[in-house]
Design a protein around this ligand. Structure first.
Ligand SMILES: [Zn+2]
Ligand SMILES: [Zn+2]
Ligand SMILES: [Zn+2]
Length: 225
């Protein structure tokens, strides 16, 4: 495994602060009542927060010494891998092969992000700066954060405009857009991402002379507060 903890930033085994709604079931790990049991593993019924924490826990399994996801519990309560815990579940991403929390069916968050970015940005080939943007964004330390960002209306409109070519992926292209958080995010990523390809940094003034891609590129801008 090259990525040992894709969920860095989210403490493995940590609990989210989200309030729970009481339910009629009881989770055998956290002992709290829950509306839904999402898994029944050898150590008992598992609620969603416990399931999510379990699939974000990576480390060296005390049972077999493998370094991998440790969602199970051994008799002493230590976190162990699915094989040592007797959990009949394969959580390897069907695309990249990493054992990760699933973001959508069969895919980890990073692969889901890459899939969504490719669909929106539609790079034509490896020379296309949008290809570089896909690579840069999908190598973010926390792909979940980028996925959340993309769900925003303005961010989605911006990515869509870059995908159709209405907005050029360059300083000048971004300058023509109404200032806003999505644009600033792109700039910040550009400045902080080592993997940002040179062709983006050195893009000529491709917008010169032509009519501005216009605010229509972020057609929703008029509606933002
Ligand atoms: Zn629980
Ligand atoms: Zn093990
Ligand atoms: Zn994957």
């Amino acid at each position: 495994m090259t990525r040992t903890d894709a969920g860095s930033g989210t403490p493995a085994g940590g609990r989210r602060g989200r309030p729970r709604s009481p339910g009629t079931h009881r989770c055998d790990r956290c002992r709290q009542s829950t509306k839904k049991i999402v898994a029944r593993w050898p150590d008992g019924a598992i609620c969603y927060p416990c399931y999510s924490a379990a699939t974000r826990t990576h480390g060296t399994c005390p049972g077999c010494s493998a370094h991998r996801m440790l969602p199970g519990r051994d008799a002493a309560g230590a976190a162990v891998c699915v094989d040592c815990a007797g959990i009949a579940l394969d959580l390897h991403c069907h695309r990249c092969g990493h054992e990760e929390e699933r973001y959508r069916a069969m895919l980890c968050a990073r692969c889901a992000l890459r899939e969504d970015l490719l669909a929106m940005l539609r790079p034509t080939d490896a020379q296309d700066p949008r290809h570089g943007l896909v690579e840069a964004l999908s190598s973010a330390a926390r792909p979940q954060s980028v996925l959340t960002w993309m769900r925003g209306r303005q961010a989605a409109a911006l990515l869509q405009a870059l995908g159709t070519g209405e907005v050029e992926l360059s300083h000048d292209g971004l300058d023509l857009l109404p200032p806003g958080r999505p644009v600033e995010h792109l700039r910040r990523w550009r400045c902080t991402t080592d993997s940002w390809p040179n062709e983006i940094r050195t893009l000529p003034d491709s917008s010169g002379g032509s009519a501005p891609p216009s605010a229509a590129a972020t057609g929703n801008s008029a509606t933002h507060p």
